[in-house]
Structures are given as structure tokens and as C-alpha cells.
Write a protein that binds this ligand. Sequence first.
Ligand SMILES: [Zn+2]
Length: 248
Amino acid sequence: MRPLLGALAAGLDLVLPRSCAGCDRPGAVICPGCRVELARLALPDEGLLAPHPVPAAWPGCTGVLRYEGVAARLATEVKDGGRHDLVPPLGRLLAEALRRALRGRSPPRGGPVRLVPVPSAPAAVRSRGEAPMLVLTRVAARRLPGRVDVVPALRVVRRTRDQAGLTREERLANLHGAMHVGRPAAVRGRSCLLVDDVLTSGATLTEGRRALLDAGAERVDLAVLMVTPSRYRWGGQGSSLPFLAVSD
Ligand SMILES: [Zn+2]
């Protein structure tokens, strides 16, 4: 039943007037007012981020937006609200996070960097269709100047509890061993960039990175679209974002 409803909803998108995914105002996918709000939520391009407390062996992470207000709503709408029209603008923003992560790096040994999206749970893929992070990562990859390969190497192999409300230690324990690389040859000896939508405690990225390193990845860096603000410190006023000037 779900796939049929999804197909119907996709068809209705073609005939119903569009509304802003951030505030429901009729018109653009992201209205001018929400774009201004997103610019206010932009993270300065000032190096790598870390959650507090910092997880063990945390390599640093790049991101572009604070996860609050309009930004948080967009993250929910693209993932759970069926707003596929958010994929192009959010993909452009994710590309900026990836660019920040890859900048200044010498060409990796063994071929192009592997972009590995954090996997969705199998039940979520069954109910929502293709994994949102995989779709967003593919769009972002096309906007990067050098060659990268999108490799959905990670799978969720163990059912986990909802992370909301858990302490950092509980999150780490909840997720440990939850992810697995199905074909280690896809990442063995490779430089990988693990990609997720929102960074909160770092437990999800820590588990994905562990699984990739266990499978033989040479190096695993981290990038996210958004960062939960209460756990981070940063200075500055935010930086300009490349998509704001681009109409969609
Ligand atoms: Zn709006």
C-alpha cells in the first residue's frame, strides 16, 4: 500500500501548487524568507567540528547548517515528509559540506574517494522507498569538482532503539555493531568520506566509521548537512551558502 500512496503523492506534486517546505507559503520550494533564515543558520567555514563531549578517536566533521528552525524542518520534510523537491537544494548544501571535508587533501591512493552515506534501517527503506541519504549524496557528488564514487557500502544489520532521549553512552552502546560493510572490497584500502544528515552525539558516525575501518578502509572522514546546535561551540556570524543565489 505504501508504494502506491507514494506514487500517488508524487503524481499530485505535479498538479498541486507548490508550497515552501519551510513555512508552507505557496510558491518556491524554499521561499525567499526561509532562504534568509537558512543563511542565518549557516555554519562558518572554520575547520572541523566536534560534539561535546568528543567521542573517542573522533576525526572531526564538516557541516554547513545549524539543525534548528527552518533547517530542521527541511531535514524532516525531505526524510519523512516525502518532499523530494528538496533534494536539489539540500544536495547543493551537502556538496558544500563535502567540499569542506575534501579541500586541501592530496589525491588518495587507490582511486577516487568513496562517499559512503549513512544507511537507513531496512524497515525505513521499505516504508519510504530509496534511502534519503543515498539520494542526497548522489546529488551532492555531481556538484564536486573532482571525481568521487558514491558507494552505499554500509548496511544496518542489527535493530536499534530510537536514539532520542538516550545519553551519549547509551547511544554508543545502542549502535555498536549495528552497521556492517557487505562487500569489504568496495572500501578496502580506500579513502572514504562518511556522510549523514544531522550530527548530534556523533554515535551514528562513530559506528559507521568503525565498520568502514574494520572492513579495511584506509581513512574515514566525516561530513554532515546539519549540526545540532546545543552540543557545539562556534564563533562568527555564519558564512554565505552557494545555493542561496541559485533559483530552483
Ligand atoms: Zn518559507
